[in-house]
Design a protein around this ligand. Structure first.
Ligand code: BF8
Length: 641
């Protein structure tokens, strides 16, 4: 069995992994080891389960079968599999966006417990959806925005409204290549149709639909989720908060909200401030109620309210292992079915809350927006009751909790860099043009027990900031970076190159900016568009010295995100390769040929330092193509000696 140190760089994780080993409780890492060897055909993309003439598999060594029963070859099989993954990943983000739009509609119609928290953002988003906000009363405008957002899902023809937020050159390219998404649901359905037995057998065409579907996620479903959440729950602004398992409080009732859609967690946070419930917790012997988050829900409530993040994806089992969690709620995406048996080993009550995500034998409290506050209170009451079952001698909370700054948005950059009186992206563009900043890289995505937790994320980030690359993080990567103090200006600035240091010190930011949850990767698309619009760095996103990386990815959502970045002109590095490597033409397409189509490509590099260096070379090549000045301090250092 691998050691706790080989499994995670986080001391809190290591402590809980040691406890798991002592108590002989299996975690994802153990299940991964028990699963060895994993299916090589699956890893290479060569296993086809599309129809019942199969399952078929293609021999990657060229000796056995080279086509399936229907005649599909390796490229067709792997491309179909990949397109299905993009469709699933995009559907997850987009269904989240739909939930948010439905909530906004109900709020606008005066139902439920939510309010419009950011009217300015409402007016901005209205314009992007083609609605003139002038003179409109807030509720009427919110209704029009919600309806227009919902129409984006069912659109059959034309193009998604938010595509207009991209640089003109990019919009033109999407139309020319034939990948401008028409409607969010339409692209997902078309993708699934194309992968049915006996439909599309051309890997390039399958990937063209892959890009179209992914763009419907990035510039559609995810962007709707982000924008409408800002309207409903408030746009984040930088704030100080804490992360890691140490945020759990042995003296309080602990409720951990895990999943993705913040509609419930927002209400749980609000209900936890109810004096009656606080008194009830005290009557039960606790000092109060502690809410914390896991995965992307954590990022949502952290960015907006400073509620601490107990951890990222691989912390979900480890949080339960503390013996201090009274209730863990899960909604959709990234929760492990293994939690059921694990929570039964401790006193924790696991509660599913979505009609789309249940488990036999797990307590279910169905969440509906119309009774949001009532449901949130029911959950807190359950936790208070269950607190009484907590065994004090079973509680073991690792001490680690780390300060961080989170809450940067594409809109905040205007204020942050341009100041209150002259909001602008100009200082950021100038930083790149003058060679203080080499460029910007988004390090995003999951954790995966195949990779030492947090190691690849933080090594990539350190190497980048050392080389004057401003890094933006989201999802589980953001929490991993926070644990290593990379989101603290005081400590992280020291690790940055001189040019980046100067910018961080002048503005008072860390060199690594937390931009939110995974749907908030749409903020990165908008930031890139804003940089192009500001001028001086080319006409399209693909001209910019920018890149994306997901060094520890594992989910289908990560594949969709990666593809919408590539299709938007941002090259993307994954640690583990996507399951394409058994299909030579498809591999060449995703790593090379696609560049001719959309101006960006994929790369796979598991070594974090090599991955960072490849991205730095990529940024340098973009800088050269733009004929930018050499990096300011490299030139100074060379001249000096
Ligand atoms: O959407 S980074 S493990 S939590 S999939 Fe999941 Fe990956 Fe975390 Fe958020 Ni994103």
């Amino acid at each position: 069995m691998s050691s706790a140190e080989q499994r995670s760089i986080d001391p809190a994780s290591q402590a809980m992994l040691a406890r798991a080993a002592k108590e002989k409780v299996a975690t994802a890492w153990d299940r991964l080891e028990a699963m060895q060897p994993q299916c090589g055909f699956g890893q290479l993309g060569l296993c086809c389960t599309v129809c019942e003439m199969g399952p078929c598999r293609v021999d990657p060594f060229g000796e056995g079968a080279q086509v399936g029963v229907c005649g599909a070859d390796a490229d067709t099989i792997a491309a179909r599999n990949l397109l299905r993954k993009i469709a699933v990943g995009g559907s997850a983000h987009s269904d989240h966006g739909r939930t948010t739009a439905m909530t906004l509609l109900q709020t606008a119609e005066g139902h439920g417990d939510y309010t419009i928290r950011d009217e300015k953002r409402l007016r901005e988003v209205a314009r992007y959806l083609g609605i003139d906000p002038e003179g409109k009363e807030v509720r009427a405008l919110a209704k029009a925005v919600a309806q227009a957002a919902l129409s984006q899902f069912g659109n059959q023809e034309g193009e998604l409204a938010f595509l207009k937020r991209a640089p003109e050159a990019r919009q033109k390219l999407w139309t020319e290549v034939g990948i401008a998404p028409r409607g969010i649901d339409r692209e997902i359905v078309t993708a699934l149709h194309q992968t049915h037995m006996g439909v599309d057998a051309e890997y390039i065409n399958l990937m063209r639909q892959g890009m179209r579907t992914a763009l419907a996620d990035g510039w559609g479903g995810s962007m709707i989720a982000t924008d409408l959440q800002d309207i409903l729950f408030g746009s984040p602004e930088p704030l100080r908060a804490k992360t890691n398992l140490g945020v759990l409080d042995a003296d309080k009732v602990n409720i951990v909200v895990h999943g993705h859609e913040p509609v419930l967690s927002e209400m749980v946070a609000e209900a936890s401030r109810d004096p009656e419930l606080i008194q009830k917790a005290k009557d039960a012997g606790a000092e109060g109620i502690q809410i914390s988050g896991l995965c992307c829900t954590a990022n949502e409530i952290l960015m907006r309210h400073g509620i601490p993040a107990a951890g990222s994806f691989l912390h979900q089992e480890l949080a339960v292992m503390t013996g201090a969690v009274d209730v863990m709620t899960v909604d959709v995406q990234c929760w492990m079915p293994a939690l059921k048996d694990l929570t039964e080993h401790f006193h924790t009550k696991l509660v599913t809350t979505s009609d789309r995500a249940k488990q036999l034998g797990t307590h279910h409290i169905e969440f509906h927006e119309e009774q949001a506050l009532e449901t949130a209170k029911e959950i807190i009451n359950l936790a208070i009751e269950n607190y009484k079952c907590r065994q004090a001698d079973r509680v073991e909370i690792p001490g680690e909790e780390v300060d961080m700054i989170a809450g940067f948005t594409a809109e905040y950059v205007y204020k942050m860099l341009g100041g209150r009186f002259r909001p602008s992206y100009r200082p950021l563009n100038n930083g790149i043009i003058e060679g203080r900043l080499r460029g910007v890289v988004g390090v995003v995505g999951c954790e995966n027990p195949k990779v030492c937790q947090g190691y690849a994320h933080t090594e990539v980030i350190r190497e980048l900031i050392k080389n004057d690359v401003l890094v933006v993080v989201s999802g589980c990567s953001a929490t991993a970076a926070a644990r290593e103090r990379l989101l603290q200006p005081e400590t992280a600035v020291e690790m940055a190159g001189r040019g980046l240091q100067e910018i961080c010190e002048a503005v008072g930011i860390p060199p690594v900016l937390h931009v939110g949850s995974c749907v908030d990767n749409s903020r990165i698309l908008i930031a890139c568009s804003n940089i192009v619009l500001e001028g001086g760095l080319g006409n399209d996103i693909s001209d910019l010295p920018v890149a994306g990386a997901a060094p520890e990815w594992m989910s289908e959502k990560a594949i969709s995100i990666g593809w919408y970045c590539v299709a938007s002109g941002i090259s993307v590095w994954f640690g583990d390769p996507m399951p394409v490597m058994g299909a030579p033409n498809l591999t060449r397409f995703v790593t090379q040929d696609v560049e001719k189509m959309v101006g960006a490509h994929w790369a796979f590099e598991p070594d974090p330092i090599k991955c960072a260096q490849q991205m730095i070379e990529h940024l340098n090549a973009k800088r050269e193509a733009l004929k930018l000045k050499p990096m300011m301090y490299e030139a100074v250092d060379q001249a000096a000696g």
